[in-house]
Write a protein that binds this ligand. Structure first.
Ligand SMILES: [Ca+2]
Ligand SMILES: [Ca+2]
Length: 310
């Protein structure tokens, strides 16, 4: 609820797209609870929601229109649900009643969820579509189970499996090294310590080479689905952009095998760590962080890749 909705056409204001996510599962179209596309034999009738960010999509429940949900004129069935254009599930026949809970073939990470009436569709009536996504730290069909404490509060929101830091202990490289205390391996040693002099942060060399953006990377040793990353800044100083040594980390770009995962401009308002997510799951092996301040040395105390989705 409260997201952006759209649909292929609008039969009347009474059938507007937000009606399928207004929290009311009533099947009464006349009560402004359902959507209604223009009834023509066009190729596509669809309704979609833009979740505003990437979410794990798995359980979806749809409610059809009272007395029409199983109408032979394809007001809902058969339909296909997609997540960012990838098929989540195809439903060929109607359920026993208006309500139908379906699941994607696997957990799909995406932003735009669309219900398409299968061709040839005639119109679409949909009274509610719900996507259940647990908040961080909880999982299960009703999101009532908390992640195992060993997961450090992070687990798959469907299965409960720990999402482990797959970067820890892996081979690291960086453009240059300031001193032994700033070795590349320090950003994946499993220690988030922020005091540079305790030897758990990286530090690239000043003016070597000049005029380029400094980078650090980790080779995960195999292909992983990369999505959730947490970066830890250096402790101990007030920088130009907030506390800590944030101007030696932000803004940065993260790539996975040279494919863009995310660009992050702003440092967190509090705390040394920031969790970021790729715009979509990026499969790859080498994850690189590049500081977008030409010639500036890069400080990074820990880089965690929570890449194991299932
Ligand atoms: Ca509704
Ligand atoms: Ca470290």
């Amino acid at each position: 609820m409260g997201k952006k909705y759209s649909q292929s056409s609008n039969y009347s204001n009474q059938g507007r797209s937000s009606n399928a996510a207004n929290g009311n599962t009533s099947g009464l179209y006349d009560a402004n609870n359902c959507i209604h596309t223009v009834p023509v034999q066009q190729r596509t009738h669809w309704w979609q929601v833009d979740l505003g960010g990437t979410f794990p999509v798995y359980n979806i429940t749809v409610w059809g229109r009272a007395n029409y949900w199983n109408n032979p004129y394809s007001r809902l069935y058969p339909f296909t649900i997609t997540v960012d254009g990838q098929t989540c599930v195809s439903v060929t026949s109607a359920a026993g009643n208006r309500k139908n809970s379906v699941t994607c073939s696997s957990v799909m990470y995406g932003r735009v969820v669309r219900l398409n009436v299968a061709t040839p569709g005639r119109m679409l009536n949909l009274c509610e579509l719900q996507i259940l996504v647990c908040k961080e730290g909880f999982y299960g069909l009703d999101c009532s189970t908390s992640c195992d404490t060993n997961c450090d509060g992070r687990c798959n929101r469907i299965t409960g499996h720990c999402t482990q830091n797959v970067a820890k202990g892996k081979t690291c490289r960086q453009i240059s090294t300031y001193s032994n205390k700033g070795a590349a391996s320090h950003a994946a040693d499993g220690n988030t310590e922020g005091d540079f002099f305790k030897g758990s942060c990286i530090h690239t060399a000043e003016n070597d080479p000049p005029g380029v953006n400094h980078w650090w990377e980790v080779d995960l040793g195999g292909t992983y689905p990369v999505h959730d990353i947490t970066v830890w800044a250096r402790d101990g100083r007030t920088s130009q952009i907030g506390t800590y040594w944030n101007d030696h980390l932000y803004p940065f770009t993260i790539t996975v095998d040279n494919k863009t995962c995310v660009r992050m401009v702003s440092a967190p308002s509090t705390g040394r760590s920031k969790s970021v997510t790729c715009s979509s799951v990026v499969y790859g092996r080498v994850v690189r962080l590049t500081l977008e301040r030409t010639g500036q040395t890069l400080n990074l105390c820990e880089f965690q890749v929570f890449g194991k989705l299932l």
